[in-house]
Design a protein around this ligand. Structure first.
Ligand code: S3P
Ligand code: PEP
Length: 430
């Protein structure tokens, strides 16, 4: 799909979509429990991949109006009848590779062309140390992956510099193993807040995990536990909301309230503080869960450490492109291992709007200025498409392709933007 975008200011109220990360965890843990209800799940291409995988592991999932009723496998996933296709979802692939370790047979996992380029080495290595047989069919740590269950438990350490999803995946399965596990993280851990979300959800499922050091990088996990996930309502997603908040802040005459944004463990909450630091007029009523932004103030450059919040990088890059002065996005190498190499994607597309940008291995340096309309490529990556849409709303006279990719995390993105007044047209047929 291709869209054209004219200069747009936006006004009104909109609900943030539900959190992708919380939805993946809720479904995965409910599928490993007996009976659970997950309310207000995000229904998107990525979370549906987790639904399908959980069904293949023996859960039955009833999809109702605004909830999922999940009859789980009670900690004993069955050997899947078919290959697990995680499609475009890294979270699904990593979590389900770990769940496969709990089965008494062999599971094959794959994904789309993008997912089959993403690394899984640290997860495979640790699963093998835990008594599982896990490998890549091509011997390159990429999917397709083959996992033969039989997790025991051990003292192991895992590299935390590539993806926190490996650690979340192990935290989800180790309580169900025969023996205890001691898991320590080595290297500079990236994306920490996602591990905290995992620990929060595991606690709700009744799991006991002891965090042994003050950095939160060593866990003792007793084995032979059972999960009981019960009934949970998914909070709003700050990564998805970041596009709405940033668009409003960048465009004079805009005023938008995004609802359903309550405090949670999502690191991407920091978008609110970042916009404030850049000089935006933004108010967060935490009790009501409302964030209101008024556009029109001149935004100032910032230095942004992306270590904990990789998914905000495309949003921050576009904010930097209109801000006064030179911004730096640092500590960002892990953003190269996403659906695309997002530093490369941004460094290729933003200059088409006239943006002055320098790409280094783990940083982007961006000098803000006036954007001019451009024909840009969305790289089949939902976050690149959504971020470029914001640039298009500022610049006008812009087209973007591969826009169907918003279905990964925010299927109603264009509908919501249009409902707020954004001038975005589907031009796929033209
Ligand atoms: O665990 C999760 O829900 C996620 C963790 C992050 O990935 P990494 O840990 O690979 O940085 C994030 O980028 C992804 O969108 C969702
Ligand atoms: C990287 C992302 O997700 P995943 O790793 O689950 O594909 C994302 O949503 O930006």
């Amino acid at each position: 799909m291709r869209v054209s975008i004219d200069k747009s200011s936006i006004k009104g109220e909109v609900f943030a979509p539900s959190s992708k990360s919380y939805t993946h965890r809720a479904i995965t843990l409910a599928a490993l429990s007996k009976e659970s209800i997950v309310r207000r799940p995000l229904i998107s291409a990525d979370t549906l991949a987790t639904v399908r995988a959980s069904e293949l592991f023996g859960a039955s999932i009833e999809k109702m109006e605004d909830k999922l009723i999940i009859h789980g496998n009670n900690g004993k996933p069955k050997v899947p009848d078919d290959v697990i296709n995680a499609a475009n979802s890294g979270t699904t692939l990593r979590f389900m590779t770990a769940v496969a370790a709990l089965t008494e047979g062999i599971t094959v996992l794959t994904g789309d062309a993008s997912l089959r380029t993403r690394p899984n080495g640290p997860l495979l290595e640790v699963l093998n140390k835990l008594g599982v047989k896990a490998c890549s069919t091509r011997g390159n740590e990429r999917a397709p992956l083959v996992v033969k269950g039989g997790i025991k438990g051990q003292e192991v350490s895992i590299d935390g510099t590539i993806s926190s999803q490996f650690i979340s995946a192990l935290l989800i399965i180790c309580p169900l193993a025969e023996n205890s596990t001691i898991l320590s993280i080595k290297g500079q851990l990236k994306s920490r807040p996602y591990i905290d979300i995992t620990l929060e959800m595991l606690e709700l499922a009744g799991a006991k995990i002891h965090t042994d050091d003050s950095n939160g990088t060593r866990f003792t996990i007793p084995g032979k536990q059972k999960y009981d996930f019960k009934d949970y309502t998914i909070p709003g997603d700050f990564s998805s909301a970041s596009y709405l908040l940033a668009a409003t802040a960048m465009i004079g005459g805009s005023e938008v309230t995004v609802k359903s944004l309550f405090p949670s463990r999502q690191g991407d909450e920091v978008i609110i503080e970042t916009l404030r630091q850049m000089g935006a007029d933004i108010i967060w009523d935490k009790e009501a869960g409302n964030v209101t932004v008024r556009g029109g103030r001149r935004l100032k450059a910032i230095t942004f450490d992306a270590g904990s919040t990789p998914d905000l990088v495309p949003t921050i890059a576009v904010l930097a492109a209109v801000a006064e002065g030179t911004s730096r996005i640092e500590n960002a190498e892990h953003i190269r291992y996403k659906e695309t190499d997002r530093l490369r994607a941004l460094a290729t597309e933003l200059p088409k709007f006239g943006v002055d940008l320098k790409e280094e291995r783990d940083s982007l340096t961006i000098t803000g200025g006036k954007l001019q309309g451009a024909q840009v490529h969305g790289w089949d990556d939902h976050r690149i498409v959504m971020a470029l849409t914001l640039a298009g709303m500022v610049a006008g006279n812009t087209t973007i392709d591969t826009t169907e990719s918003v279905s990964i995390s925010y299927p109603n993105f264009f509908k919501d933007m249009r409902s707020l007044g954004a001038r975005i047209k589907d031009i796929s047929e033209e």
